[in-house]
Design a protein around this ligand. Structure first.
Ligand code: LLP
Length: 420
């Protein structure tokens, strides 16, 4: 459910015509609906209301400060994977006591910042990382709360690039090594093993991989308990999928019910790290048609947003619905919607039936709120798009479109003024 709709012929975000936003801020432009975001967060949070839990929104999905601040207001925590995400989360008002730090490659500087902030927990992904965190915490006179990320070797049946819980993936530790890690953590003065962590992948549309993973996690926890290691937090990661096209992922309520059923009576606080399911359908990317051409072989619609603005179609072959901002009686034609980047892989849609369009028309790329702007780049020296947040009948610029000056910020010509 989202708040992008056609009260008449024109696409609205909540109570604002999309065209009005574009008149003010131009294209390409990401537009987010606050009501959708809040609704998704609340539905997810509610789904776990019968057990002790903490929803740590996965900042990587969309890290705009306004989005984070909106979630902070609702009581969300954060799942971060870098010092930059820690900085953002804290700036947006998410308390450090609700922040978990995941990721395979945490640097010393990032670990230090997280220890200084006194975050809730490190989700540790290797024995070397564990030792480093322990040594640094001891040196700083602190005790780091840690969970080891176990790799349950479960196939989430999703795109290989976003599947993480198989033994061949770089994530987490196999169970025997994780056990060794917990023994080590128990002995090291700078470490307090308080949780177990697991994340198997993203855009998962079935419940069974989650339940299989949970089963393995529970078995592993029993093993820990046999050794006298008691944990408090059970972090099950993110990964719940959304409908981009005809997928039918379980509603968060069912996801919640299924997990809660397995956990009833157990004394753990459940941590969840949803990203996509909170913000994915709360955002769209609006782009303008520049040209159309028919090569005899194919019809192309060339738009002003490219793979640098929304990488998902090019990178994963992902499907995003594309709709005209103004609905008119037009013939349907099968087209490739392509961007201005000098690569044949620069497309937003291929072989897509769309109402015929003309230069100047606006198109909305749907479900672009997660892994959209955050994955945008400046490739081909293209300034990154503006981001706008809609609340009822108001709209706010929450990130300015980049300027050409932004593009060259920090670059130095060594033989010019004072640098030679
Ligand atoms: N927790 C961890 C440890 C993760 O690695 C991820 C996502 C999440 C939580 C959030 O997962 P979500 O609920 O959003 O599925 N760029 C890709 C997705 C990469 C996901 C990486 N990890 C895409 O556009 O599909």
């Amino acid at each position: 459910m989202h708040h992008f709709w056609y009260p008449r012929k024109e696409l609205y975000c909540e109570n604002v015509p999309v065209g009005e936003i574009i008149e003010k801020f131009g294209t390409p432009c990401y537009i987010y609906s606050l009501a959708t975001l809040e609704r998704h967060y609340q539905a997810f949070d509610q789904a776990f209301s019968s057990v002790g839990h903490l929803v740590c929104y996965s900042v990587k999905a969309n890290s705009n400060l306004a989005i984070l601040a909106a979630l902070a207001r609702l009581g969300a925590g954060a799942d971060i994977v870098s010092g930059g995400e820690l900085y953002r989360a804290i700036k947006a008002g998410i308390p450090a006591s609700r922040i978990v730090f995941s990721g395979v490659g945490k640097t010393e500087a990032e670990i230090e910042a997280a220890l200084k902030s006194d975050i809730l927990m490190f989700n540790v992904e290797s024995l070397q990382e564990l030792e480093l965190i322990g040594q640094m915490a001891s040196r700083m006179g602190k005790e780091a709360r840690v969970a080891l990320r176990i790799n349950p070797d479960v196939d989430p049946q999703t795109h290989p690039y976003i599947s993480t819980g198989l033994r061949k993936n770089k994530f987490g530790l196999p169970l025997d090594q994780a056990l060794e890690g917990y023994r080590l953590a128990r002995e090291m003065p700078g470490l307090s093993p308080v949780g177990v962590d697991c994340h198997i992948g993203s855009q998962i549309t079935e419940l069974s991989p989650f339940l299989d993973a949970l089963k393995r996690v529970k078995e592993f926890i029993s093993q820990l308990e046999e050794e006298g290691i008691k944990i408090r937090y059970l972090d099950l990661g993110g990964g719940l999928g959304i409908p981009y096209r005809d997928e039918t992922p379980p509603h968060p309520t069912y996801y919640g019910q299924a997990l809660v059923k397995e956990l009833k009576g157990l004394p753990y606080t459940l941590i969840l790290e949803p990203g996509r399911v909170i913000v994915g359908n709360a955002g769209i990317l609006v782009t303008r048609v520049l040209y159309t051409k028919d090569t005899g072989e194919k019809r192309f619609v060339i738009v002003d947003a490219g793979m640098n603005d929304l990488a998902r179609p090019s990178l994963y072959g992902s499907y995003h619905e594309i709709v005209p901002v103004r609905r008119e009686e037009r013939e349907t034609v099968v087209v490739d919607v392509v961007g201005p980047i000098c690569e044949s892989g620069d497309f937003l849609a291929r072989e897509r039936p769309l109402p015929e369009v003309a230069p100047g028309d606006l198109l909305a790329v749907m479900s672009a709120g997660a892994y959209g702007f955050v994955m945008a780049s400046n490739y081909n020296s293209r300034p990154r798009p503006a981001e706008v947040l809609v609340k009822g009948d108001q709209f706010y610029l929450v990130r300015e479109r980049e300027s050409y000056d932004d593009l060259i910020r920090g670059e130095i010509i060594p033989w010019e003024d004072g640098h030679a």
